[in-house]
Write a protein that binds this ligand. Structure first.
Ligand code: DOR
Ligand code: ZN
Length: 299
């Protein structure tokens, strides 16, 4: 076999950044995807309707494809202008909200410290039937870096789920068997899975007290058993999982300087190829379309 044909994919989690990087990377996502959710963690985060309209315009004008659409979620903070937020949801300027726990990842210093303080925002999303996208990691000094997803689920996500039963939540870049299980067993929850979480384990990142900067991302990749669980979830037709690369380009200087590199793996130039290779390895190519083009839009 040398050819497969699928409905055009969507990528439900991409970082386009801004300025020079944006103008270089956008075409890699638009070459293959019909729609992309463009993450709002720019240096000055996207928090207003005006910024969202502008950001969408910039991305689409750099995409080199007429039909390509960038969908923008609002970067949620505890100081949002609620009137503008509601207006932007009603008019599909924001497709939903993105929750970054404070300092969980790149440019998340504007993220939320006390998630209960933005429950009013979740109520609005639920009422308007808009999605909540979640970076599901609890970042606390006493929590091991490999356990952040589990702690977030246990200490925050269960409560959000129980308080807002009709709110559609996407647990983004699911990275652990625990996360897969949470998505499978709770209503109105779906998960995106990146290629790198199905290709790498922690030994590929941390070697002899050194970090391989190109494999360093948040959430960090974990154990073989987690990788296997993610592959099963993606490949075997579970309608609750879909494509989200978390393609996250950084300047080489930010990756290669001494110290902790910026987290993020830039996979857009070969994203569908990586997914296809994984599905082929799992003998599940017939389910690729479901994962890349059907489950996401349905949710
Ligand atoms: O590795 C990551 N990089 N994970 C994220 O959640 C954010 C992203 C980025 O913006 O660099
Ligand atoms: Zn991301």
């Amino acid at each position: 076999m040398n050819k497969i044909k699928i409905i055009q994919p969507d990528d439900w989690h991409v970082h386009f950044r801004e300025g020079g990087i944006l103008s270089v990377v956008t075409k890699y996502s638009s070459r293959i995807n019909k729609r992309c959710i463009a993450m709002p963690n720019t240096i000055k985060p996207i928090t207003s309707s005006k910024e969202a309209i502008n950001y969408k315009k910039i991305i689409e004008s750099n995409s080199k494809k007429e039909s390509f659409q960038a969908l923008i979620p609002c970067y949620l903070t505890d100081t949002l202008n609620i009137e503008d937020f509601e207006y932007a949801l009603q008019n599909n300027i924001f497709i939903g909200g993105k929750l970054y726990p404070n300092n969980a990842t790149t440019n998340s210093q504007h993220g939320v410290n006390d998630i209960k303080k933005i429950y009013n925002i979740f109520e609005i999303l639920e009422k308007q039937n808009k999605i909540l996208l979640v970076h599901g990691e609890l970042n606390r000094d006493d929590i091991d870096i490999f356990d952040r997803e589990k702690y977030f689920i246990d200490e925050e996500l269960y409560q959000i789920r129980n308080n807002f039963k009709n709110l559609k939540i996407v647990l983004e870049h699911v990275s652990s068997d625990y996360g897969v299980d949470f998505v499978k067993t709770n209503n109105n929850i779906a998960g995106t899975i990146t290629p790198h979480h199905m290709l790498l384990t922690k030994g590929d990142v941390f070697q002899n007290d050194k970090i391989n900067p190109h494999h360093y991302c948040m959430p960090v990749v974990k154990n073989e058993s987690d990788l296997v669980s993610l592959r099963k979830a993606a490949c075997f037709n579970n309608s609750k999982f879909f494509l989200g690369t978390d393609s996250a380009p950084h300047h080489l200087d930010d990756k290669l300087h001494n110290g902790i590199p910026k987290a993020g793996i830039f996979s857009a130039p070969c994203s569908i190829e990586l997914y296809a290779a994984i599905f082929e390895e799992e003998n599940a190519l017939e389910n690729l379309e479901q994962f890349s083009s059907i489950n996401g839009p349905k949710f």
